[in-house]
Design a protein around this ligand. Structure first.
Ligand code: AMP
Length: 541
């Protein structure tokens, strides 16, 4: 007969995280730069009380368990209260990316069937444009106090602070099945309509536990953590959960994400650890280097969302900041791998150690991965064979929201990324399968080309895309934004590749531009670039 374990059964609920932070790290600070312009500080104890008031207010508005509540908001304390108040009372916190086109936002709000949408004042014009197309939203809530409410608005608005003021906070977080939905994020939908990844309380709590571990993000109560990655980009990579879980001080930068504003906040609040996409670090690095600044306390950062160029990893290292290169996706909550060294790597010469840190890294417990060839046959872990990367695990998507077609292949989720895995399990992304350059049937990694270009002192940003070639089908074209005041010619740049990549990988041409379009999550928008250069005539063609 089966013998059951005899331990207490406690559901893994998101409310337990903020309850824990309030009870055991009650006086630890949360500091936010507000859209109103000033810095706001309070503690985990204050945050939990206000999240309870919000849960009461949502009940008073008639929000039901399982109902979706949208947000259009920056990283700030009110957004954090919504994360906990909404999920904690059993509704679903649906973060919407305000950088998407208004039509996409309306599509997402309607597809999710959001009952209410909370928004930061910055986004009032967006709300006024979108609201007429979202007839099922019962109320739009401005995340501010009465004094800052807009004098007039085309849409009837509710006031966040008034909703909270009407409640006493006398509220017990409800207990329910840990498999219930907790939050919802849509993919950015570079092709076709965005698709929703619906997380559960269980998946979120497990992901928070695992991602806080030393070989993942390594968060601790002795850290001061500033997520630059927006709370609308896969829940800021889970940091709004894992930071309170470990009881670290949390710093939320609001709408000011330029290098100077970030640097000031890093220094003032003694930030030790941060996370963001490569384009954010470009801005911060530029500011720090141009003004010959140093970081007093900032020592580690996670870079992910797109490949961290080796030159960026080295530049941060020169400022005493360790880079943890991480990989994941919306469908994975998002963390899959992180690149932390093994004990045997510590004595390696710098160059070899760097090669390992540049990879996207090893899986964290809970994630299983494999690479397969075109026929689905598993490929060896030799660091050379590359194929489609598949993953599975308890915080990886099973199905998209309101979509009956399973995306899985034999129980595995195909990531759309192409990768190698070495004998120690370090995975390296070769490319997004749509971005790889197929030259005469052979593949060229656009990421490798971009990494070389990014190391050139005159290059601010570089994207490598395929351009049509009559003989080879596709050949690499390098699109470059120069650093302000820097000069470099096409020939000099192409020469820079000699000896760094195989000869046939060297791009056929360089196009200098003033700007590379970015996606709503700050990644280089290669699809747009390919459209922009679709009639480009290579000199080799
Ligand atoms: P998103 O769901 O918007 O976060 O996008 C996920 C995709 O971003 C992945 O499938 C990868 O193609 C890409 N990505 C994320 N992290 C990295 C990384 N460290 N290096 C290269 N690509 C990455």
């Amino acid at each position: 007969m089966a013998l059951m374990g005899q331990m207490m059964s406690a559901p893994l609920l998101i409310s337990s995280i903020i309850k824990h932070a309030a009870r055991y790290y009650g006086s630890t600070e949360i500091v936010s730069r507000r859209t109103e312009g000033d810095l706001h500080r309070y503690t985990y104890r204050d945050c939990e009380l206000r999240a309870r008031k919000l849960a009461q207010a949502l009940g008073a508005l008639g929000v039901q368990q399982g109902e979706r509540v949208g947000t259009l908001a920056w990283n700030g304390y009110r957004h954090l209260e919504i994360y906990y108040g909404v999920s904690g009372m059993g509704a679903v916190c649906h973060t919407v990316n305000p950088r998407l086109f208004p039509e996409q936002i309306a599509y997402i709000v309607n597809h999710a069937e959001d009952g209410y949408v909370f928004f930061d004042l910055t986004f009032l014009p967006l709300v006024e444009g979108v609201a007429p197309h979202c007839p099922n939203v019962r109320g739009w809530v401005a995340m501010t106090d009465r004094a800052h409410m807009p004098a007039e608005s085309k849409v009837p608005l509710l006031c966040y602070e008034e909703l909270l003021d009407a409640q006493d906070g006398n509220y017990e977080w409800p207990q329910f099945d840990e498999n219930l939905a907790s939050s919802l994020c849509y993919t950015s939908g570079t092709t076709g309509n965005p698709k929703g990844a619906l997380y559960s309380h269980r998946s979120t709590v497990l992901h928070s536990y695992a991602s806080a571990m030393p070989d993942a993000l390594g968060c601790s109560a002795s850290d001061v953590i500033l997520p630059v990655v927006p709370m609308f980009h896969v829940n800021a990579w889970g940091l709004p959960y894992s930071v309170p879980l470990v009881g670290a001080k949390l710093v939320l930068p609001g709408p000011k994400l330029d290098g100077a504003s970030l640097y000031e906040l890093f220094e003032q609040e003694k930030v030790t650890f941060s996370a963001g996409v490569p384009t954010v670090w470009l801005g911060l690095l530029q500011h720090v280097q141009a003004n010959q600044l140093k970081f007093s306390t900032f020592r580690r950062t996670v870079i992910g969302g797109s490949a961290a160029p080796p030159a960026m990893i080295r530049a941060l290292e020169a400022l005493d900041v360790e880079v943890i290169h991480a990989w994941g996706m919306t469908e994975m909550s998002p963390l899959g791998t992180a690149s932390k060294l093994l004990a045997k790597h510590h004595d390696l010469p710098d160059a070899e150690r760097h090669k390992i840190q540049e990879k996207q890294g090893r899986v964290i417990y809970g994630v299983d991965m494999k690479i397969v060839d075109g026929e689905g046959k598993e490929l060896p872990w030799d660091g050379k064979a590359f194929g489609d990367l598949l993953v599975r695990g308890p915080w990886i998507i099973d199905r998209y929201f309101r979509n009956d077609v399973s995306p899985l292949v034999d129980g595995w989720f195909p990531t759309g990324d192409v990768a190698t895995i070495d004998a120690d399990g370090f995975m390296q992304i070769t490319d997004r399968s749509k971005d790889v350059i197929k030259s005469g049937g052979e593949w060229i990694s656009s990421i490798d080309i971009e990494n070389v270009a990014a190391a050139h002192p005159a290059v601010h940003m570089a994207a490598c895309i395929s351009a049509y070639h009559p003989k080879w089908d596709e050949r690499p074209l390098l699109v470059v934004v120069k650093k302000p005041g820097a000069e470099v010619s096409r020939e000099e740049l192409l020469q820079f590749f000699e000896g760094k990549v195989a000869k046939w990988w060297i791009p056929d041409d360089v196009a200098f531009v003033t700007e590379i379009p970015l996606t709503a999550t700050g990644k280089m928008q290669k699809l747009r670039l390919r459209e922009q250069f679709k009639d480009y005539k290579l000199p080799t063609a």
